[in-house]
Design a protein around this ligand. Structure first.
Ligand code: S3P
Length: 173
C-alpha cells in the first residue's frame, strides 16, 4: 500500500523544518521543504524573490508547486512556507496532498526564536512582534481549517512532537 504524504504547516519559526527532518530519519521518508524547492528552481533566495519580484509572484510559485507535488509519488514529508495556507486554493491543494499537521505556536515564541533572523522578509520591520501577532491573527482560521491535527508546540520537545505525529499517522492507517 502506498504511504500517504505528511504535510507540516504553521507560522514561521514553528519548527516545521526541524520536525520534518527528525521525522524523515525516524520514518525513513524523504523530506522536502517548499521554500527550498522554490529557491532551487528560481536560483535565488526567498528574500531575493520578495525583493525583486514581489510577494504576489512568490505566492503564485507556491500554488504552482503545490499543484505539481500533488501529481508526484506519495510517501514524502513536506514542510511548507508559513503563508502557504492563506490562499483558499492552496488549502484545498494541501488537504489533497496528505495528512496535514499544524504546528501551532504563540507569537512570543516565534519572536524569541527568530530574533535577529534576516531570512524572513515579512519580519524585517520596526515592530516584528506586532507583525507576528497581526499575521497570526489573520492566518489563524486558515491554518485551523487546513489541519487534520493541531499540536501546540511551544513547550513540546522535538521527541514529543514526533511521537504525537506518529501516533496520529498510525491511527489513520
Ligand atoms: C512566509 C514564511 C516563510 C517563507 C516566506 C513567507 C510567510 O517560510 O515562505 O518568507 O508568509 O509566513 P517559513 O515558514 O518556512 O519560515
Amino acid at each position: 500500500m502506498e504511504q500517504q504524504n505528511l504535510v507540516l504547516i504553521g507560522f514561521m519559526g514553528s519548527g516545521k523544518t526541524s520536525v520534518g527532518i527528525k521525522l524523515s530519519y525516524r520514518l525513513r521518508m524523504p523530506v522536502e521543504d517548499t521554500d527550498k524547492l522554490i529557491e532551487r528552481r528560481e536560483g535565488c533566495s526567498v528574500s531575493d524573490i520578495f525583493r525583486e519580484k514581489g510577494e504576489a509572484y512568490f505566492r503564485q510559485l507556491e500554488t504552482e508547486l503545490l499543484r505539481e507535488l500533488g501529481e508526484s509519488k506519495a510517501g514524502k514529508i513536506y514542510s511548507v512556507g508559513g503563508g502557504t495556507p492563506v490562499r483558499p486554493e492552496n488549502r484545498e491543494l494541501l488537504k489533497k496532498l496528505g495528512m496535514v499537521v499544524y504546528l501551532r505556536v504563540r507569537p512570543e515564541t516565534v519572536y524569541e526564536r527568530l530574533k535577529g533572523d534576516k531570512t524572513r522578509p515579512l519580519l524585517q520591520c520596526e515592530d516584528p512582534l506586532g507583525k507576528i501577532k497581526a499575521l497570526m491573527q489573520d492566518r489563524k482560521a486558515a491554518y485551523e481549517e487546513t489541519a487534520d491535527m493541531i499540536l501546540d508546540v511551544d513547550a513540546m520537545t522535538l521527541e514529543q512532537i514526533q511521537g504525537s505525529i506518529i501516533m496520529k499517522m498510525v491511527s489513520q492507517r
